[in-house]
Write a protein that binds this ligand. Sequence first.
Ligand SMILES: CC(C)(COP(=O)(O)OP(=O)(O)OC[C@H]1O[C@@H](n2cnc3c(N)ncnc32)[C@H](O)[C@@H]1OP(=O)(O)O)[C@@H](O)C(=O)NCCC(=O)NCCS
Length: 186
Amino acid sequence: MAELETRDKGKAAGLPAELRYIQYEHALEKQYLPSIRALISKDLSEPYSIYVYRYFLYQWGDLCFMALGPKSSLLGVIICKLETHQSHSPPTLRGYIAMLAVSEGWRNHGIATTLVRKAIDVMVERNADEVVLETEETNVPAMKLYERLGFIRSKKLHRYYLNGNSAYRLVLHLKKMADMAGEGLV
Ligand SMILES: CC(C)(COP(=O)(O)OP(=O)(O)OC[C@H]1O[C@@H](n2cnc3c(N)ncnc32)[C@H](O)[C@@H]1OP(=O)(O)O)[C@@H](O)C(=O)NCCC(=O)NCCS
């Protein structure tokens, strides 16, 4: 069942009635991993091997969500991980958004926004301190999407990608936001 938030309802026009979001589980690998790889590699400058997908999905399948459309076709996917980050003192529990893609014909309807929110909700349930990711500095749709969700630019990574493009590391501070909400500041 589609679970679009009130803010996204205006964007729902044109979306299939069958749109639903599901959490990945290992039993779905055979059915969906080929389309997940196809969807993500279409827009990547550096395609990943199947082992990279399995690295994420075997350990953090509950942090992967898929948007499914007509005939259960894959419209969008998010793949993440959640690990202790030792270089902070004290160590932090850091969520990482590794891959996010929405099929070209279905963009700008809030699908990626919903996928990111669902992954963050699970990270919050699992007590994450922060969520980070990297995105190409020229990727305007991705930058806009994440900044609207509260991510801030923490670092510029010069020539980060093999194609020579630079990236921004973006971070969402979950605990600081929760503290501010507790103090009535947000
Ligand atoms: C980035 C991506 C996942 C967004 O998916 P989506 O489902 O279209 O995202 P949403 O509809 O939830 O939100 C898109 C936002 O970007 C904005 N946007 C889209 N194209 C834009 C453009 N060319 N210029 C400026 N803003 C743009 C939309 O208006 C929307 O912002 P708003 O809600 O403030 O209006 C999708 O474009 C994609 O798959 N891109 C290729 C893969 C990729 O870049 N992944 C991210 C890697 S970190």
